[in-house]
Design a protein around this ligand. Structure first.
Ligand code: KG4
Ligand code: ZN
Length: 371
């Protein structure tokens, strides 16, 4: 079975093809350069860019993949949560394809798709604990099967990716700053520079409570306060651009600050993940794997820490490869394939779901499983 995945929920226009659960081809057009001018995603511009690019990108995608619309068995599309104007472009495109080529439509929850992307490399063992860390979300889930996601915790304010991006912006680093902070922190680690040697320590926020929720907005404030004492770290936009491209030229103090900030985010994420695991086990649940996904799961320090946590707790670690952590079309195709396996499809009236609203479980069971 060949499932097409379409992703337009934020600032990436992407297509993916999954054949019998295995990745076949992916293609992505990123709008990062356009939005970098604004220091964040400008929603109106994002939807216009999706609209401009989606048709030609699809033609190129099919050509590269060596197939035609006639070869497809189903069309999966990210229906939310995301920027409504952006989602509508992908959803309308998917519906038009389904109508024109008489294909079944599958609306995919973008957050679940991030976690299911782990299955593109190796099938995760379920039940699993899922940590989704992206630019807009920081969620913990108890995942009983690829179609059963029970939320355990979420961020009350900024997401982990947002915290990285805001901290990077304060340090004059270009948007999106997560990857750049990762590279600077990696350099500090490689050189043996220690943030604690300079007494740079950011708080591990919102750990002193019983919940499995997160709160990262205080970290932004902590970075602001720290920079009041170290104004020279705000190098200005041209210097920031240069350090993003050439981390090996960045000042030691900046790399140490990136490491201290990264440590704070990573330790907070892993502490609550360990708590979630302990809580589920106390409730008698068996957890066989830990899935960590979303853009921030590309972070090299989080990848290390998640590996250590999984080994300590005796669960398998499933993380998508770094390029499949950030938004992509293959993860939508993979999540769509999981739904198609259960014969769950959507009518063409399916609505897109903006950020902040729950994505309904309103797929119709066709009673027919596509093989
Ligand atoms: O999942 P994603 O592509 O988009 C959303 O659905 O939000 O995540 C984007 C986020 C951005 O905040 C970006 O800075 C962050 O993922 N990110 C990283 C890294 N790569 C991307 N954060 C930390 N370290 C990275 N290596
Ligand atoms: Zn995403």
């Amino acid at each position: 079975m060949l499932v097409l995945g379409i992703e337009t929920s934020c600032d990436e226009t992407a297509f993916g093809l999954v054949e019998d659960g295995r990745p076949r081809h992916g293609l992505l057009h990123s709008q990062t350069a356009v939005h970098a001018l604004f220091g964040g995603v400008a929603p109106e511009i994002a939807s216009r860019e999706h609209y401009r690019i989606i048709g030609p990108l699809f033609d190129r995608f099919l050509e590269e993949a060596g197939c035609t619309v006639a070869d497809l068995d189903a069309v999966a599309v990210a229906r939310g949560p995301g920027l409504l104007g952006s989602l509508l472009v992908g959803v309308a495109f998917a519906k038009a394809l389904c109508l024109g080529a008489d294909l079944p439509l599958i609306g995919v929850n973008h957050l679940h798709a991030h976690l299911l992307a782990a299955a593109l490399d190796a099938e995760p063992a379920f039940p699993a604990l899922g940590l989704l860390v992206s630019g807009g979300h920081t969620n913990l889930y108890h995942i009983r099967s690829p179609r059963e996601f029970a939320p355990l915790g979420r961020t009350l304010d900024d997401a982990a990716g947002e915290a990285f991006d805001k901290a990077a912006k304060m340090l004059s680093l270009p948007y999106p700053g997560g990857r750049c902070l990762d590279a600077l922190a990696r350099r500090a680690r490689k050189e043996g520079w220690s943030a604690s040697a300079r007494d740079v320590r950011f708080p591990r926020p919102y750990l002193d409570n019983e919940t499995l929720d997160f709160s990262f907005s205080g970290l932004k404030t902590a970075m602001g306060r720290y920079l009041e004492t170290r104004p020279e770290l705000k190098g200005g936009a041209p210097a920031g651009e240069n350090w993003a491209k050439h981390p090996q030229e960045a000042p030691q103090a900046l790399c140490e600050t990136a490491l201290a900030f990264t440590d704070a985010v990573v330790e907070t994420l892993t502490a609550k993940t360990a708590r979630a695991l302990a809580r589920l086990r106390k409730e008698g649940e068996t957890i066989r794997s830990l899935i960590v996904a979303g853009g921030v799961a590309a972070n090299s320090f989080l990848r290390e820490a998640a590996g250590e946590l999984a080994a300590r707790e005796g669960v398998a670690l499933c993380m998508p490869s770094p390029q499949l952590c950030t938004d992509n079309g293959l993860m939508i195709a993979c999540a769509g394939w999981c739904q198609a396996q259960a014969g769950r499809f959507h009518p063409l009236e399916m609505a897109a779901v903006p950020r902040g609203c729950p994505v309904p479980d309103d797929a119709l069971s066709s009673g027919q499983v596509l093989a």
